[in-house]
Design a protein around this ligand. Structure first.
Ligand code: B12
Ligand code: SF4
Length: 462
């Protein structure tokens, strides 16, 4: 079958992110002998026209669209991406009778709402490798049987069965271990020039239960770990074949379990690879030994999902660690000479003006290289935060959360922005995307043009 895969993501902030998920999908489809092309709308002027032209020139029989982002999670400067993506789907549907299958993390958070919004036929929720393979095989069969019989066994599939959406049970499979994403279809060089990094996944899953977070929904709660040797083979391939020497490990959390992270670092060191990298980490699982070996293996900056600086608010967000753990983790990084940034989500459950002040003081005391602040907490369906927001009257029970809604504690709802803005302006290492403080797209582009690679926050003054 001739299949066109389209990456609908046009977001370039904090930097353009290569469509790694589609590269995984392309790889399995090619392995099955299908003719696969990839259109990346990130660098196209007119997404809808580009998509139409690509379908026509390939004479595609199926279009797979990856929807990575629903919105930018950024309050108060929220951007909802769906209207732009819908324009692409509509253009295809109005001109050509080609079936469309949606997938990607954004899609997977709101499967039936997205299918309805985009008016598409199929969607694959969560991991796409096995499901897309089975869907394509089933479409190739030319089977004219009843829709429910043809599609009801395909894992993770959601489809329209006589006017109502049916969602099949979800699986988190081990088969991705054997798939190497097809990076030949991605403009890696362009992403490297404009974003400064390639992306690589060392595991799937997150075992924690933070109240607002969707990562375990997307990747499962059980950790599925790739072999360090195989990961570093892929890393070596990225360096040698694509000339890229800076990588972001896109795992939910890189340092869980610690011995897996250590194994990857040891393998990088053993092969003498000259590579720089960055990752997300939890303060709870940072140790002196791990910080040291990460630094030796080329880690230039670690991003902690710290969220707060006061135990009460961290507890209310379901973080399984305390401010002491955070302070200890920062100390290990300092000793190892490893730069660290802490993400804070301010305004969540239990936030008061007092907890804000204590959080500012805490960050001042531990002095990380950067503090990246999100205002309010994006509410997602099915999370404990959504239940709490409903019980507090912040959202209505069953209300659609597709267009971004944020939890902001009533105690600070009138003062949060001013408080954070006043404080962050006085601190050279605070980045607040919602207030465009040290985080504009223009600033990043200028720094990239000057040749700066990587996360960029590592250039801030403390
Ligand atoms: C790593 C990461 C980042 C890193 C990326 C670093 C890099 N160089 O790649 C950084 C920190 C830069 C980042 C930034 C942002 N991120 Co982010 N990020 C992630 C994270 C943790 C992993 C993404 C990833 O690479 N996964 C690995 C690949 C292989 O998986 P995948 O793309 O999902 O693909 C699989 C499936 O989705 C599916 N699939 C994908 N496409 C398709 C298409 C078809 C047709 C099919 C069938 C299947 C399919 O199959 C694939 C293989 O199984 C996810 C959370 C998560 N666990 O998914 C959030 C996530 C994707 N990010 C999110 C967001 C919002 C953002 C930002 C907008 C936030 C911000 N304000 O900074 C920016 C946008 C950046 C951009 N330019 O697009 C949201 C998106 C959903 C939403 N709420 O809108 C997520 C889901 C987190 C969340 N809140 O729930 N992010
Ligand atoms: S915030 Fe981090 S640790 Fe918590 S559930 Fe999400 S990915 Fe896991």
């Amino acid at each position: 079958m001739r299949i066109l895969l389209i990456s609908a993501n046009r977001e370039r902030s904090p930097y353009p992110v290569a469509p790694l998920g589609l590269a995984y999908i392309a790889s399995v489809l090619k392995e099955d002998g299908h003719e696969v092309e990839l259109l990346d709308l990130c660098f196209e002027e007119d997404g809808a026209e580009a998509a139409l032209a690509a379908v026509k020139s390939q004479q595609a029989e199926l279009v797979g669209i990856s929807i990575r982002n629903v919105d930018n999670l950024t309050y108060p400067k929220s951007i909802f991406y769906y209207p732009r993506i819908k324009a692409v789907v509509e253009k295809l549907q109005s001109e050509l009778p080609v079936p469309v299958v949606l997938g990607g993390s954004g899609f997977s958070l709101f499967p039936s709402e997205t299918l309805r919004y985009m008016n598409a036929e199929f969607g694959i929720v969560g991991e796409g490798e096995d499901a897309m393979r089975e869907l394509v095989n089933s479409l190739c069969d030319n089977d004219t049987g009843r829709v429910s019989e043809r599609f009801s066994k395909i894992p993770n599939l959601i489809y329209n069965d006589e006017g109502c959406f049916k969602e099949n049970p979800r699986t988190f499979s081990e088969s991705f271990f054997n798939v190497r994403p097809d990076r030949g279809l991605i403009s890696s060089k362009r992403y490297f020039d404009e974003g400064g990094m390639a992306n690589l996944q060392t595991k799937r899953g997150c075992p924690y239960t933070c109240t607002y977070c969707t990562y375990p929904q997307l990747e499962g709660e059980r950790l599925r770990l790739r072999e360090p040797r195989e990961i570093v083979d892929e890393l070596e391939f990225i360096i040698e074949e694509h000339g890229i020497d800076y990588v972001f490990f896109v795992d939910d959390i890189f340092n869980v379990p610690q011995n897996h992270a250590r194994g990857i670092c040891e393998e990088i060191i053993r092969r003498g690879l000259l590579v720089k990298w960055s990752c997300f980490a939890t303060p709870k699982e940072m140790s002196s030994e791990l910080a040291t070996i990460m630094k030796r293996a080329g880690c230039v900056g670690v991003e902690f999902g710290t969220d707060g600086g006061v135990d009460a608010t961290m507890f209310a967000m379901g973080k399984g660690f305390t401010h002491d753990d955070v302070e200890r983790a920062q100390g290990f990084c300092d000793e190892a000479g490893l730069e660290a940034a802490h993400y804070l989500i301010l305004g969540g459950p239990g936030e008061t003006e007092q907890t804000l002040l204590e959080t500012y003081e805490f960050m001042e005391r531990i002095k990380p290289r950067a503090v990246i602040v999100m205002l309010g907490v994006r509410i997602y369906p099915g999370t404990r935060l959504a239940a709490r927001a409903a019980s507090e009257g912040i959202i209505k029970d069953g209300e659609s959360l597709l267009e971004p809604r944020f939890y902001i504690s009533k105690e600070v709802s009138g003062s949060l922005i001013e408080s954070v803005e006043t404080y962050a302006r006085s601190r050279p290492n605070w980045i607040v995307p919602g207030l465009e403080l040290r985080s504009s797209e223009e600033l990043s582009r200028t720094l990239r043009l000057m040749g700066h690679k990587g996360v960029l926050w590592d250039m801030l003054e403390k």
